[in-house]
Design a binder for this molecule. Sequence first.
Ligand code: ADP
Ligand code: MG
Length: 619
Amino acid sequence: MPKIGINIATGSLQQAEMIVGIDLGTTNSLVALVHPDTRKPIVLKDQNGLALVPSILHIGKQGEITVGEAARPFLKSDPSRTLFSVKRLMGKSYKDLASSQDLFTYKIIDEGTDSLVKVQIDQQYFSPIELSSFILRELKERAEHMLKTPISKAVITVPAYFNDAQRQATRDAGKLAGLDVLRIINEPTAASLAYGLGISPEENKTIAVYDLGGGTFDVSILQISNGIFEVLSTNGDTYLGGDDIDRAIVDFWLQQVPAAKRPQKEDTAALQSYRLAAVHAKHQLTTDSNVEAIVDGHTFSLNHAQLEEIIMPLVGRTLTCCQLALDDAKLTVANIDEVVLVGGSTRMPSIKKKVSSFFGRTVHDTLDPDQVVALGAAVQADILAGNNKDFLLLDITPLSLGIETMGGLMDVLIPRNSKIPSRVARQYTTQQDGQGSMRISVYQGERDMVQDNRKLGEFNLTGIPGMPAGLPKVEVAFLINADGILTVRAREIRSGVEQQIEIKPQYGLTDQEVERLLMESITHAKDDIKKRALVEARTEGEQLLQTTEKFVTRYASLLSAEELSATAAAMQALQLAVTMEDKDLIHQRMEVLNEISRPYAERVMDQAVSTALRGQKIE
Ligand code: ADP
Ligand code: MG
């Protein structure tokens, strides 16, 4: 195990060590690092000279995992076990995805609840965190293979609009892959860093980052002052990108084919060859002015002017998003000092031209647009490694700070390496009907179970008015001031009852202890995440038992004897599973119970509604 030294004041590592930057993308992922000799950021390429690793995963019958280009053929041959766009699932609940379910060819179990999504393959359930960790592990191993040295630290990028849960999920995925995630940074921030923007502390600038990838479009307006990046606004379209351009080209060509000769919807092979020819033509038009393609026995051509015309509506939509982002930031194009292009689709000359004329200035486009995010992550990694002496490192928290939640889990409010001063608030609720108090226990550390972390203090929020479980809204706020003093405040929002404590998190903590706590979190990551998944499954299982119990007791008279006995049996089976160590079993039995109760729950609710309409009450 390599020893590391951490400077508490700066959080920087005192010993030179390879820290990689990772762009964990929806379509493609890649790794970069600052070359120790040339001091320039470079992306790592495999033996075939490829830097991009497609974010595709195949999970075989024996559990064998294939990642990247090698997994691509399975998209067609084994779609139910082949996962793509996993990034779209990160930190999402079933409810969040209800409207976009049909975009995935693999099975996302449909609970319609607030709990986090899982993907089902046979009798195994995977969280998006686990799935992303498989991609990250592959990237880590590739990097180790190419650099011939163990890699244990990384900076990982996420979209600027990612919320707390999505960022935490990305962090956990890194941990599970055996990586100490030094920092999660925004993709547009990384892209700016790659162009050297914001490196010098006296720079004050407003930057627009235009990112048109394969399936998504994002625009971010950033402000840098004193070396700190702040996101002023973001806008975009999570379903707009190069894929739409490909479809538009195919449509353009199909218009030229007599209707009778056009391939039908079912003819996926012919449609696929149209799509591939369109992608090829699109890429070629970056350098050539005219291309020809022969597809399905027809000859087609495409030139610059035609392509520009085809993509006009699409580009128009992206520019509308840019205007909305400016409006949100209360700025106009005149306030923008720099424009950075990101994403493979910005290679298209007509897109560059349109974006440049919208903002009224030349754009940064000298770096490879699908590498620029990873390159910037590498620059950030290098700064955190303390190798870049010009960069002013801000004061940051060396360890994560959080509170204990259900089942002894650590819920992180302020992740390690956050800049201080800092303020974060999150809402919690009660578990029991009429619960009048709530214990807030504050911990520091990187482990998933609070028992493995360092307890900083605790207090009781009392005087919560009696309400059914889940109704009170308790806001817990963490504030760290510039001196590193942490104030934790809990407040029940309806009644206004409030309680707080003050803590010095770093008090009595030596560098060696911080180091030990960090290393332990990596060595135990696998067990920890397993334990967390089990505790979460148990909590979900217990909640389902409680709600089913309540429902059955209340509406017993409306259920048949068979329904009652089937429910009782399924509840008993779930009750038993909750006491065991197998999270998959818990999920299976929850699904069984849901299957049994769904039909009568719907029936009873319909009945309840119609009875209510007739002016009667059921109770
Ligand atoms: P993501 O951020 O979604 O992972 P990328 O930034 O890697 O995606 O962009 C992938 C998209 O870029 C694809 O739609 C691809 O066709 C497109 N692309 C790559 N090179 C070119 C090019 N020369 N001209 C036009 N589009 C390109
Ligand atoms: Mg991208």
